[in-house]
Ligand binder design. Sequence first.
Ligand SMILES: Cc1ncc(COP(=O)(O)O)c(C=O)c1O
Length: 409
Amino acid sequence: MPQHLVGNEALVRVQQRVREHSPARGAYSELYTRAAAAFDGISVCYPGEPEQIVMTTYDYLGLVGDPAVNERAKKAIDVHGVGGHGTAVASASLRLHRELERRLAEFVGHEDAVTFPSGYQTNSTVIPVLAGRGDWVLSDELNHASIIDGCRLAQSRGAHVQRYRHNDVTHLRELLAQAPADRTTLVVSDSVFSADGDLMPLPDIIEACREHGALLYVDEAHGLGVLGRGGRGIHEHFGLTPDPTTLIMSPLSKAVASTGGFVAAPRSLTELLRIAAPGCVFSAALPATAIAAATAALDVIESDEGIRRRDLLRRNIAHFIDRAGAAGLLSAPAQEHHSGVVPVFIGDDQRALRIAANCRDHGVMVVPFVFPAAASGKARLRVNVTARHTPEIVDLAIDVIAAACHDTP
Ligand SMILES: Cc1ncc(COP(=O)(O)O)c(C=O)c1O
């Protein structure tokens, strides 16, 4: 902080409040503020630390840095430059955007899609458009922070927001039964939960929503490109196709190795979102480079190469689960696991931080999830497995994590 501001009471109060409430506090904040000197998707170098194998990337199919994706982004720079000119209404929405939106909609099985500057902005600004005064939003208690913020904004606009117990369809049904029949009820869930990698029980939730005439909003951040043989997400995983009352959103920053977010829905709704969702109306449209990269990544995801990469990913996930189960790192016995997010439960926050530091010192990077990112006393290490890992990398990661858990009081 500049010297002339030190002691300014208002600033000090802000600092205190933020430090108290931020997920990135204490020892954890160091993880948020450091910057890597080099990162190639497999390993990362931080100044003053040993090189580490990365078990934390969302690049599930290994498409970041893919030559075909890079090439398309470079061509977009040559034609459109790097910036984005501003909001969609200020002519920053190009034919490239519409083409990607059409492709995304088709890919997930909807009529149309709208892109947003990020996944966070998609959730935080679409939910309050879908649910306003007098409407109900029912949200899984473990949904992503961007959904929680979207729910808060909906609440500030007069919607009634309630959380249902994680993946508990009986509890959801109880709440659905209380919702007013003459208002919109929106049920919101991650398809793959971002902390634990477990799946929402989609068929049961669809049935409950149908019975009560509710809309369903599914966040496919960790499912798109990953779940289903074709990578179309949780509907394909369960052998379903989305009906018009199930809206699908996803960031473009995970398996679709770019940046941005989108919602796919019937055209009548996407047209409303284009003019009403603040993330679309008041924020600069995605630059052409991001759109081009996402389109090229989608080409791979939809191709035989995409199937090959998903097969590799599934092999690595199964290998990780087998080895982690044998090493006693999983809370439940080794079981079928479908996503690239695998939690290693630790319990105590400070121990989780120490174990993550021990892993780092032995060349493996994992993210410690501690309070308030995880419930108090339920800290875990979150591991992301990708198609670029090899069985040898998985073995090394398990050995280091197991030794760290064993050696760390
Ligand atoms: C489930 C979920 N939804 C939304 C987001 C936000 O996406 P973005 O990082 O593109 O803003 C994330 C990011 O990690 C996520 O895990």
